[in-house]
Design a protein around this ligand. Structure first.
Ligand SMILES: Cc1cc2nc3c(=O)[nH]c(=O)nc-3n(C[C@H](O)[C@H](O)[C@H](O)COP(=O)(O)OP(=O)(O)OC[C@H]3O[C@@H](n4cnc5c(N)ncnc54)[C@H](O)[C@@H]3O)c2cc1C
Length: 297
């Protein structure tokens, strides 16, 4: 039991009678509770990954600290130079907040087309980034191609790091720390998100390509960032393809041909939804689709 806090039963208690949840009213109280719980505790955001723990044969934590009522974690702040996204912002709220900002099409599509409407109303951006075992998270490649930074807080203060670095350390993040916000720089760019779900809507995508390009007045690519999700265990940038696109006009067919030549650098992951080779083989098609979407075709 977490002392001095209201403890409620969770849906997870159907599977684990020992689990309890504390609904934190403020960031400070959430950090205190996480610190008190230690390894027995974890953040509870949308709960859409946690609720499936029994399906993955993973034990539930004894204690959860819910962050959904912390006002500062639930806001999207759109500034002149950056957009700051609170960790508890849901996919649906994020897609709505970015709807009129074309430079963020990639992130609006990632958040607005993942899973299904009911899940999107619950799942949070922080949960999407902080789940180590979730290879198919849509917002991770989208944020990699937007050069996002992640803010992590503990009782001793806050630190900010590049998303690439966060992905390297997230599985060892101390249990008393939580992601508080995502900071994304603003710039003129064309962006797009292409995902391939195999069966019905709501399934995890077998492969994802997120793309962001800046073009000059002559239409030549000045900067490119392309990230691939769901193919390997952790999303990452495709730097060789980025380099190949620079200095040329963006052409969807040509980008797909170059992607086919370079795709052998990926070591796909086997899963029940798709074999490793299949995830790699669909990448050129997703690159074509992302480039065509970015071009407005
Ligand atoms: C059937 C189904 C299909 C789905 N399909 C997709 C899909 O295609 N694409 C997609 O992107 N998502 C999909 N999702 C949603 C996916 O579960 C979420 O995007 C995300 O991975 C979990 O977010 P959450 O807020 O529910 O996190 P939770 O389930 O609450 O937490 C997940 C993990 O992250 C930790 N955590 C959460 N927030 C923080 C934080 N702020 N700081 C530190 N740690 C934190 C928790 O402790 C836990 O370990 C799907 C969900 C379901 C149920």
């Amino acid at each position: 039991m977490i002392t001095g806090s209201s403890v409620q039963s969770t849906p997870a208690e159907a599977h684990n009678a020992a689990s309890s949840i504390y609904v934190a009213p403020s960031l400070a109280s959430a950090l205190d509770a996480l610190s008190e719980c230690g390894a027995a505790g974890a953040v509870f955001a949308g709960g859409t990954w946690i609720m499936r723990s029994p399906i993955r044969h993973e034990p539930l934590r004894a204690r959860y600290v819910a962050i959904g009522r912390i006002a500062e974690l639930g806001a999207v702040r759109i500034g002149t130079d950056v957009v700051e996204i609170g960790a508890a912002v849901t996919h649906a709220a994020l897609a709505a907040a970015l709807a009129d900002l074309p430079e963020f099409d990639v992130l609006a599509a990632a958040a607005g087309r993942s899973a299904n409407p009911a899940i999107r109303a619950m799942a949070t951006i922080g949960g999407n980034l902080a789940t180590p075992g979730f290879a198919a998270a849509d917002c991770v490649p989208a944020l990699l191609c937007l050069e996002a930074e992640i803010e992590v807080a503990g009782r001793d203060g806050r630190e900010r790091m590049k998303l690439e670095h966060f992905l390297k350390i997230r599985s060892t993040l101390a249990p008393d720390r939580l992601v508080t916000q995502v900071v994304v720089p603003r710039s003129e760019r064309k962006t797009a998100h292409a995902r391939l779900p195999l069966r019905k809507a709501g399934d995890y995508p077998v492969a994802i390509v997120s793309l962001s390009v800046s073009v000059d007045a002559a239409g030549q690519v000045q900067a490119a960032r392309i990230a691939v999700g769901s193919v390997e265990p952790v999303a990452r940038r495709w730097e060789r393809l980025e380099t190949a696109l620079i200095g040329r006009s963006l052409d969807a067919e040509e980008a797909a041909r170059t992607a086919a030549e370079l795709a052998d650098e990926f070591v796909g992951r086997d899963g029940i939804d798709a074999p490793a080779w299949y995830r790699v083989s669909v990448l050129p098609g997703l690159v074509r689709r992302a480039a065509a979407t970015a071009l407005g075709a």
